[in-house]
Design a protein. Structure first.
Length: 492
């Protein structure tokens, strides 16, 4: 990395410890692959966690003028993902180039993963098939990649599937079912015995709602959870029409992705057909350490409070806990590992306690998901904002859950919760939230010590434009309005 500052880097065969892929890039495609100021290469490095640069191999005079060599360092999967992305770009600039390298690329690193079955398969498309397999802005290719676990890339008209034998087989099957849907109904025989799919019964009168216009709703769910979904029908059922029964929606992907998509579908169906999934459902607590699902039943007022405006509170609790949290009717489904589920339930209980008054959390020293901050008395109202508006803003920016809580001595302090500790540079996590709070404290202290301006004047200099608008009603009401606003924000 440092040598690139002074000129070309020389790479010899000694550098290859099984973590290097060397690619020949035609001279006319080098600029295209590099991108403006190296942006294209940097984007691939970031996506696949690799190190990539153009280099000289051996002595400089052996370097051909017809091509340059691109070195890719990283793990087997990461190198293959980056390599195929580069070759896809080269093929658009130099059509037919991949044909010369195809055998070498497909044979590279064979058997060199932990399973010992690593390899690459290929499939050739016609023009009309390629656009369908690619999807809008590459959406179909991405969902194939995420749901199967294989590296999926299209180079010209050739699809490459790389990974262990198991994930390559899945990718080929998913691609086959994708194209079978163009011909007619698709049914996956033996789905009950597969470990990569979940099936949900969807009432026929809810299918349009779940699918959305031009499949927009299902497509958004696939993108969010990295899954592949379609309704299954047997060929002999074609033409019978949709009666009053159900159709089976099959979901392919990882355990977590499938569960997240399934709960979203259940929530949508429950909205259209109340009681369909929740009739007779009871609360459930699992002590399984691995991935499982717990259930909590809410009362009406608890549900709306735990959901928040446009679902913001639910998303906040889900993001901070690391669990999947979805409300199906009045039932909260909490999916994840034991630690994630326990954390999410604690967050929900603390949220509901805040409606009745102050929350007491005596000690957080044994927790690995919390940061404690003592806020100066004259800054508390400024940091929390009107009815907690500033805390909500910082929560949304950093993916955390934060509130004022009492300790064992009854003293109030701010606690920031998140499974993600963050870092000095990351924009999310507990460290990012802590930085935002410290900035607000410093701003308030500067304003208070900067020439005696009144409190309302310093408030109007808020960093958040939306905050000014919310402050004005409490200022117009004189002194009483201000104290009301303060007491509300403290309670929150």
């Amino acid at each position: 990395v440092m040598a690139q500052r002074t000129g070309p880097v020389n790479i010899t065969e000694d550098y290859d410890d099984g973590d290097l892929t060397m690619l020949h890039i035609p001279q006319e495609a080098v600029g295209f692959v590099t991108g403006r100021a190296g942006n294209f290469l940097r984007a691939i490095e970031e996506e696949w966690c690799t190190l990539m640069f153009f280099c000289e191999v051996g002595s400089g005079d052996r370097r051909s003028k017809d091509y340059e060599k691109l070195a890719i360092f990283g793990g087997v999967r990461a190198r293959r993902g980056a390599e195929l992305k580069v070759l896809s770009a080269v093929e658009t600039k130099v059509p037919g180039y991949f044909d010369k390298l195809k055998k070498e690329v497909l044979d590279r690193d064979r058997g060199k993963d932990e399973s010992g079955t690593w390899g690459s398969d290929s499939m050739t498309f016609q023009d009309d098939e390629l656009s369908y397999a690619l999807g809008k802005q590459g959406g179909t290719r991405k969902k194939m990649e995420r749901s199967s676990g294989a590296v999926v890339q299209y180079i010209g008209h050739v699809a490459i599937f790389s990974g262990s034998r198991e994930v390559r087989k899945r990718a080929r099957e998913y691609m086959k079912w994708l194209f079978d849907q163009l011909e007619g109904p698709v049914y996956v025989d033996g789905w009950e015995d597969r470990d990569d799919c979940t099936v949900v019964d969807v009432p026929c009168d809810c299918i349009g709602y779940i699918t959305g216009a031009r499949r927009a709703t299902l497509g958004a769910l696939e993108e969010e959870w990295g899954t592949l979904m379609f309704f299954m029908n047997r060929a002999e059922d074609k033409g019978r029409g949709r009666g009053s029964g159900c159709e089976k929606l099959i979901i392919f992907g990882s355990t977590r992705g499938r569960r997240g998509a399934e709960l979203k579908i259940m929530s949508g169906v429950e909205t259209k057909s109340p009681g369909y999934f929740t009739k007779g459902v009871r609360e459930k607590t699992s002590y399984e350490k691995g991935f499982d699902t717990d259930r909590m039943i809410f009362k009406d007022d608890e549900l709306s409070y735990s959901l928040g405006k446009q679902g913001t509170t639910r998303k906040k609790l889900e993001g901070a806990s690391g669990a999947i949290l979805e409300y199906v009717g009045h039932v909260a489904f909490i999916a994840g590992t034991l630690k994630e589920r326990k954390r999410c339930k604690e967050f929900i209980n603390w949220l509901l306690q805040q409606r009745r008054g102050s929350v007491t959390i005596a000690d957080i020293s044994q927790r690995d998901d919390a940061t404690e901050m003592h806020i100066p008395e004259n800054c508390k109202g400024w940091v929390t904002g009107n009815r907690g508006s500033e805390l909500r803003r910082m929560e949304q920016e950093t993916g955390t859950y934060m509130f004022m809580a009492l300790d064992a001595r009854g003293e109030e302090r701010l606690i920031i919760f998140s499974h993600d500790p963050g870092s000095k540079t990351a924009s999310v996590g507990r460290m990012a939230a802590e930085r935002l709070v410290n900035e607000m404290i410093q701003e308030k202290l500067r304003d208070d010590g900067g020439g005696g301006r009144g409190r309302s004047d310093s408030r109007s200099r808020s960093r958040s434009p939306s905050r000014r608008g919310r402050r004005s009603p409490s200022r117009r009401g004189g002194g009483r309005g201000r104290s009301d606003s303060r007491s509300r924000s403290r309670r929150r």
